[in-house]
Design a protein around this ligand. Structure first.
Ligand SMILES: [Zn+2]
Length: 100
């Protein structure tokens, strides 16, 4: 079923993505800095969304519970995982190179 959209919701724009590391090792935590809906070049209002293993655990916006920033960054992380180069059933090229 096609969903009709009366007004397109403003997409959440991520400015930065930080991978949390401790002693050089990735801890599973990611923080995104996203533009607030009232962001303008002269009012650079941002929020920080933190995810742990793909689940958004916090956002610094005033909303309680599941806000649009958390949802947007969770789907962003999911998309990154789906597009990761080692994902899928691609042939392992190193074996082919050695065989030749
Ligand atoms: Zn939020």
């Amino acid at each position: 079923m096609r969903k009709e959209q009366k007004t397109a919701p403003a997409p959440v724009v991520a400015l930065y993505r930080y991978a949390h590391k401790r002693s050089g090792r990735f801890t599973g935590g990611i923080t995104y800095r996203v533009k607030a809906s009232d962001w303008t070049p002269t009012n650079r209002h941002t929020y920080d969304v933190t995810l742990f293993r793909g689940n958004a655990t916090s956002c610094t916006c005033p909303a309680r519970g599941k806000c649009k920033h958390k949802e947007a960054m969770e789907s962003n992380e999911q998309a990154r995982r789906d597009n990761a180069p080692l994902n899928g059933n691609a042939p392992f090229s190193l074996l082919n190179k050695r065989a030749s």
